[in-house]
Design a binder for this molecule. Structure first.
Ligand code: UP5
Ligand code: MG
Length: 199
């Protein structure tokens, strides 16, 4: 028999909105979910001395720009295959798709091989997100957790990613979570939305 088609929930929201934190919560509570952060995949690839894309990725990250989709979607596919071999069926694809190019690239490379359930969308103000990211900057080691890069990430998010969220909203595929509350409160709201997704 054919293995079940993987199910995918895209996870979007501004830089520091809490995507990673809540994806971790989901996977702890529900082990059939696998968390694949596009940003983490890119940072791992950037750190791999064998990679030919390391320098390019690093400069995009620092500038808050969106890496060419050929690179990103290849890493996502590889990560999904690895987790499917471990029995995972459902995937939180965190921080992707960030622009139209990402959407098209996903369609071309993955297309019908996965069922996209929708977008889990974390909403928070720039003031709050900036505060969180600056708070994290002392310990994160991320090349983009400095005020200059953070502001660039906000601009890219507004110009390129918000239109993608709007596009999915028109298709009634967006499950919005208020990301402004405490981690615990956002978690409880996330659970409610996840039940709607899985209904
Ligand atoms: N925190 C979390 N929730 C909180 C809450 N409710 N109250 C108070 N504090 C809260 O959280 C960020 C910080 O806030 C943490 O310190 C956390 O404890 C605290 P986190 O859960 O990490 O938020 P997240 O939304 O995941 O923030 P992140 O910084 O990861 O968001 P980005 O979207 O900026 O980062 P990402 O890794 O997705 O992408 C980085 C870069 O990679 C992009 O800018 C881009 O250059 C590149 N990229 C691509 O090119 N293509 C892709 O497809 C993906 C990424
Ligand atoms: Mg993250």
């Amino acid at each position: 028999v054919a293995p079940p088609k993987p199910r995918v929930l895209f996870v979007l929201g501004g830089p520091g909105a809490g995507k990673g934190t809540q994806c971790t919560n989901i996977c702890t509570r529900f082990p059939h979910w696998s968390h694949i952060s596009a940003g983490d995949c890119l940072r791992a690839e950037r750190n791999d001395p064998q990679s030919k894309d390391g320098e390019l990725i690093n400069s995009y990250l620092k500038e808050g720009k969106i890496v060419p989709v050929e690179i990103t979607v290849r890493l996502l596919e590889k990560a999904m295959q690895k987790d499917m071999a471990q029995g995972k069926t459902d995937f939180l694809i965190d921080g992707f798709p960030r622009n139209l190019d990402n959407v098209t690239g996903w369609e071309q490379v993955i297309g019908d091989r996965a069922d996209v359930l929708g977008v889990l969308f974390f909403e928070a103000t720039e003031t709050e997100m900036e505060k969180r990211l600056l708070g994290r900057s002392a310990t994160s080691g991320r090349v983009d957790d400095n005020l200059e890069s953070i502001r660039k990430r906000f601009r890219t998010y507004e110009k390129e990613t918000m239109p993608i969220v709007e596009k999915y909203k028109k298709q009634r595929m967006v499950f919005t979570v208020d990301g402004m509350q405490s981690v615990d409160e956002v978690w409880s709201h996330t659970l409610t939305k996840l039940r709607e997704v899985e209904a």
